[in-house]
Structures are given as structure tokens and as C-alpha cells.
Design a protein around this ligand. Sequence first.
Ligand code: 2P0
Length: 327
Amino acid sequence: MDAAAAAQPNIALIKYWGKRDDALNLPAAGSLSITLDALHTRTAVRFDAALADDDVVLNGKRDPEQTRRIGAFLDLFRARAGVTTRAHVETANDFPTGAGLASSASGFAALAVAADGALGLGLTARELSRLARRGSGSAARSIFGGYVEMAAGTRADGTDAFASPLLDAAEWPLGVVIAITMRGTKAISSRAGMRASQLTSRYYREWIASVPNDLVTARAAIAARDFQQLADVSEANCLAMHAMMLAARPALIYWNGATLDCIQRIRALQADGIEVFFTIDAGPQVKAVCLPGATATVAGALRAIGGVQDVLISGLGGGARLVERRG
Ligand code: 2P0
């Protein structure tokens, strides 16, 4: 009844932004991501009959909203196991939480694997991906390592909305340089931002309709290890998502000045023949994806920008996994 798991965040190259069902957390379109290796969430779960309520400690602190969200997620596993036992959850990230670095992706992926281990359910990776999706859509992708595609699915019950691995990290190693341009948690949660986009952006439908084509292009680029093709489709998809967000009322502006400075610096590196591209999520941090040999040059260039507070360097890594199990 006691297990610990580890997982890493993933960075979407073809973005998930919009839902077809809120209750089951079903995405309106597919998405495609790379799982990182240098940032980690570690989560321990212990089911204990003596507990009256779930007890959740996130980065050393107890927070009622996080406890409610994690408790509701654990209910899915309790229902599968046919138990009502409450749990003690201890989870920590070795990177900034809630700042556009996908802590909910690694968080719910690690929690799914730990809960499965603690209850001895023996779920498949696909089942874990479906369940992780209920916690956070992007978490479905962090169950797997390397290059991962999330299917939107069409069924109302969500059984066809899960992620699948496309290629292992070692089959096409890339570097990821993350420029932190703001510390602290983001102003608008992904959930609220998606809802606002769907309800108010004049470009939302066009955005959702454009994703399947981008997925075809990205999948082909990955299969062919075609960096330029992956760069072009990833930047275009990211900018289309932000254009749609900018058209929401009120506008969703996730960037700051340093975000744009990073984009322009990456453009200059590209003009110098460096193989690098940018992607930006629901926050002001810039993720530069490059060939491994270019990582030091890219990191140096981004670090030199005023407004860039820190630079994190990562490669691509594996999926969520059990690291300990007892009882
Ligand atoms: C993604 N992002 O594909 C997208 C692209 C940011 C932009 O934050 O509501 O936190 O929990 O399912 O998984 C994904 O949003 O949203 C996200 P919920 P989630 O990585």
C-alpha cells in the first residue's frame, strides 16, 4: 500500500489548447510532445486505513485546492481497486511549479504510476495514460518517454483519448534549453485560459481545425529525423496557438518582453545556421529545441539576454516509472 514514482515534464511541439469535454477532460484536438530528462517530479503514495481524509504535501506545503484536486484524482484509482481508503501523498518538483514548465504533466503522471503501484492494480501504460489525462491533459503524454502523440479520440466516454509513444529519446536525441523569464506561478491557469479561448476567441475553431494537419507534418518530420521540418511546423503551431489566445476577450497575453527577445535571438541563431527552434506554452518561458551539439551555444545566447533570469538545459528522457514499492 506504499509506492513512489518519478516522472518528467514534457514540452508540446504541437499544442493541446481546448477541450471537447470538461468532465472527462477530453482534448478537442491531438497533440505531440517530447519528454524531458533533466526536470523531475517524485511522488510517494501511502494508503492508510487510519486516515480520515487524504493528506497531500506538495513541495513541503499543504494546500486545500491541491488536496481536493489530487483527492478527486485518487478516487478514480480507489474506484478501480474497490476501496475507500484515504492516502498520504508527498510530491515534490526539482523545478519551478506552475510557471509554464508543465509541472501538472509530470505531477499527475507520477501520481498515476504511484497510485497504481500502491494499490497493486497492474494497469497498462495506456490505461495509466487515460487516467493521467483526467488529472491534466498533458499528463497523459508524460507516461511515455521520447516523442509522444496524444490522440483526441472521438468517443464520448474518452476510452480512445490516450497517448502513445512514437520514438524513443535515444532514437533521435535533441537538446532543450529553457529560458526562465519570470519566476512564480502564472496569472491564468491552463484550464481557465482554454475555456476563455473557446468562448471568446474568434480564431478558436480555426485553431482546432488546423491541428490535425500539423500533427501529420510533425509525425513525418520525426519519422524522417528532419529537424528543419519539425522546426517549421512546431514554431508555426506555437505561434498559431498564441495568435488565437491574443484574439480572446480579454486577450490572453502570456508573453513578456524577454519572451520576444528570446524569439528574436533564436531567429538570429537560425540565420547563422544553428539548428534550433522555439516553442512557448501558457507562460512567458521560452523553450529552445536544438541538436545536442548546439545546446551550449543556444544556452549562452539566451543567458546573455537581459530579463532571462535562469537557463535550464535538458535532453530527452523516459516515461513515468515506479521507483519504490512496499507492502
Ligand atoms: C500543452 N499546455 O500541450 C499545452 C500547450 C500549454 C500550452 O498547459 O486543463 O495543464 O489540466 O488538461 O494539461 C496543457 O494544459 O491542461 C498546457 P488541463 P494542461 O502542453
